[in-house]
Design a protein around this ligand. Structure first.
Ligand code: C2E
Ligand code: CA
Ligand code: CA
Length: 710
């Protein structure tokens, strides 16, 4: 309480107290001035009154004593009396004149000056008027008046009463009044300040209490034991605080708790991470586990939200149990301020971010053990609503401060790690890996780029010629896709087709390429004697896409291309898929009349029986098989075996990847029909290819020209 008191004394500016002080001081000052001026005025009055009274009193005394002497005309009998009068300090002069104004008896300090009436005009006035006259001079009060006995004026009394003695007497009174007033002026503001402070202090305490409450400190109470107005206000204020506090706690709980599962929600988690990331001790490493329920959407869609909700509650319960089994105490929403930070007694914070996403903040050293045990625990099915639901979880772990130092970044890293865990076949939890994250980012950038490329038609057709091995004549061409990337230039298919396929865009992109290839084939074969076949690569996703054969058919018809001039290349892997749909679609193609080729033959494990069933027209021997034939006997033997196999299957052979004259010579020896490779020509844009066609038509040995082109 004492510290609180000193604090508010420091902080309050006492505006009210100061105003009160000014008012009170002014009142005191004005009061003092008023008292002073009144006392001056009153004093003047008092002097006059006293002088008056003195004069009247003296006059009547003198008259009383003098009358017998005047009647006897015996001034000498008054000598003693007048001597006495003269000795008095309050009498300036006293004299008695006869009715005509001649001096009869005189006394007082200045009496000698008054010998004749003519010398005193004031006395003469009284004589003429036969009435008393009185005037107040600067130093004395002058009174002249008749002395009468039974109505007869027997003389006049001329008396001057001194002012000084009375003034002297009253000065003491005046000095004390002034002193009191001055004291009031000096001490008044001090007293005013004390009074003002006493009056305003309760208000300041109230104000201070309000300030604390406003800053979130609901524990503060105003101390007051008095029963006065302030005591009542303090009591009401404290009651109000009690109510406010409990409703605040309730609001906080509602705001930070997830309704469905009862664990803290995303907002609470954010606050806690924010607090944790502020700690700077290197020992304070902690981990964020990001997890979700695999295939939760399926459960929701199949069994309804009611079961989904039940699953989330049961899932939460299992998470809690796993934490407790590892000696970790799951903390709830802490409604009271300044409660200890997490992990103090092996605590961990489980929260639900929303949907099926959860987060656990835990000591860094325990994160992997916890993740492992959660993954294992979720393998057991959930018995809910008569169902036996089998779900699993994927967990991503990110460490503070190793992987991220800010709240958003830490959660992002944990999320990315979870994504990695989902892609990783080996486990269902993964610790954040910066390199993998970079790959992921590059991939998502590529996905965006591919979307744009599809929309902008950035894919182009490159064409690689195929030649007859014996005559080296141009006999066919293979259409190969190139991505004309606005920044990277021409991108090879191996760099983007896997992503395109994963995005499910392969059928769409393939359709565009096949369309372009058919148009080109129709164009170059227009009016030709010896046809040039067009080979197109078809991925299994394209082949299996509904309506593939129908679309191909209409594309052929639209361009009036003889189907026999189109060769569909299917990889050995696709061809070997033991899939009825593959077989069915290959049959449809055969019905169309297009040629069928097995691409990259010789590297997979082909089933001869199946190859026979599918009845391919061409086997394209993979580049890997021709590579070493010049130097390696075993390679030559292998190559020969594949050629023999093709013969058995009645298929033509195209040897891919021919790069040297030696390889070509080897093919000529073995009676292979067709070759393709850099020796004959690299994949090229359409313009170049058209030129090549023209040149090869006009020359006897086109292969020589082609070599220049490549
Ligand atoms: P692929 O069908 O085996 O095509 C032959 C690949 O070998 C081409 O690579 C070609 O440039 C390359 N090549 C040709 N001759 C030589 C040579 O003498 N030496 C060497 N080292 N390489 C040679 P490219 O164009 O990068 O295509 C790669 C693969 O992408 C293709 O392999 C094919 O499977 C796929 N692809 C290309 N275009 C398309 C398309 O339009 N649709 C589909 N579905 N796949 C395509
Ligand atoms: Ca091919
Ligand atoms: Ca190939």
């Amino acid at each position: 309480m004492s510290s609180y008191r000193s604090q508010f004394t420091r902080e309050a500016n006492f505006g009210l107290a100061r105003r009160l002080m000014v008012v009170l001081s002014s009142v005191i000052l004005l009061g003092a001035i008023a008292v002073l001026s009144i006392s001056v005025f009153v004093q003047k009055q008092m002097i006059e009154d006293r002088l008056n009274m003195n004069a009247i009193h003296l006059a009547s005394l003198i008259k009383e004593v003098s009358i017998p002497a005047i009647l006897r005309n015996d001034p000498a009998s008054l000598d003693v009396f007048f001597e006495e009068l003269e000795s008095r300090s309050d009498i300036v002069s006293v004299s008695i004149v006869d009715p005509e104004g001649w001096l009869w008896k005189s006394g007082g300090a200045e009496a000698a000056a008054w010998l004749a009436p003519v010398d005193d005009p004031f006395l003469r006035e009284a004589i003429v008027a036969q009435e008393p006259r009185q005037t107040l001079g600067e130093n004395y009060l002058h009174r002249a008046g008749p002395i009468a006995v039974a109505g007869d004026v027997i003389g006049f009394l001329n008396l001057r009463v001194a002012r000084a003695p009375i003034e002297q007497e009253l000065r003491g009174l005046w000095v004390s009044t002034a002193a009191i007033s001055i004291a009031c002026v000096i001490v008044g503001p001090l007293i005013a300040w004390v009074i003002a402070r006493r009056l305003s202090e309760p208000l300041l305490r109230l104000q201070e209490a309000s300030r604390r409450v406003a800053s979130g400190d609901f524990s503060h109470r105003i101390e007051s034991h008095s029963n006065d107005e302030f005591g009542l206000v303090a009591q009401s204020f404290n009651n109000m605080l009690d109510e406010l506090h409990s409703s605040f706690l309730e609001t906080k709980r509602v705001a930070y708790e997830d309704k469905l599962t009862g664990v803290p929600n995303r907002s609470w988690l954010s606050l806690q991470i924010e607090n944790l990331t502020k700690r700077t001790d290197p020992e304070d490493q902690f981990a964020a586990l990001f997890l979700d329920v695999d295939r939760f959407k399926e459960v929701n869609d199949t069994h309804g939200h009611h079961v989904g909700d039940m699953l989330l509650r049961a899932f939460t319960e299992r998470l809690r149990n796993q934490m407790q089994e590892l000696g970790l105490k799951p903390t709830g929403v802490r409604v009271h301020k300044k409660q200890g930070l997490l992990f103090e007694q092996g605590e961990a914070l489980l929260s639900r971010l929303g949907g099926d996403e959860f987060t656990i903040l835990v000591d860094g050293g325990k994160s992997q053990d916890l993740a492992r045990s959660i993954v294992a625990a979720m393998e057991k099915p959930f018995a809910l609503d008569g169902l036996n639901l089998k779900v699993s979880t994927s967990i991503g772990i990110a460490l503070f401060p190793d992987h991220a130092t800010s709240r958003e970044h830490l959660l992002k890293c944990a999320d990315v790690a979870m994504y990695q865990a989902k892609n990783d076949v080996r486990g269902t939890f993964a610790v954040y890996d910066r390199d993998k994250h970079k790959e992921l980012l590059a991939r998502s950038q590529m996905e965006k780029d591919i979307d744009r490329a599809v929309a902008n038609d950035e894919f182009e057709l490159f064409l690689q010629p195929k030649f007859d091995v014996a005559s080296e004549e141009l006999v066919g061409v293979e259409a190969l896709i190139r991505w004309n990337h606005p920044e990277r230039g021409f991108v090879r298919p191996d760099d983007f087709l896997p992503v395109t396929a994963a995005m499910g865009l392969m059928p769409r992109v393939g359709q565009i390429m096949v369309g372009k290839a058919i148009r080109v084939a129709a164009e170059i074969n227009q009016g030709r004697g010896k046809p040039i076949t067009m080979a197109v690569n078809i991925a299994s996703e394209e082949l299996l896409a509904p309506g593939f054969a129908d679309r191909l058919k209409s594309q052929l018809e639209d361009n009036s291309l003889d189907p026999r001039l189109l060769e569909v290349e299917i990889t050995e892997g696709t061809a070997m898929e033991q899939n009825d749909l593959v077989e069915h679609n290959i049959d449809l193609l055969r019905e169309l009349g297009v040629k069928l080729a097995v691409d990259d033959f010789g590297v997979g494990y082909s089933n001869l029986g199946r190859l026979k069933t599918l009845a391919f027209d061409t086997l394209k021997i993979d580049r890997g098989l021709i590579m070493d034939v010049a130097t390696d006997d075993a390679a030559r033997g292998l190559f020969q075996t594949v050629v023999d196999m093709a013969k058995v299957l009645h298929a033509d052979v195209v040897s891919e990847g021919v790069e040297t004259p030696e390889q070509l010579a080897f093919l000529q020896e073995r009676g292979v029909q067709t070759y393709q490779g850099y020796y004959g020509g690299r994949p090229m844009p359409l313009g170049e290819f058209k030129q090549l066609v023209v040149e090869s038509d006009s020359q006897n040995r086109p292969a020589e020209v082609l070599k220049l082109v490549s």
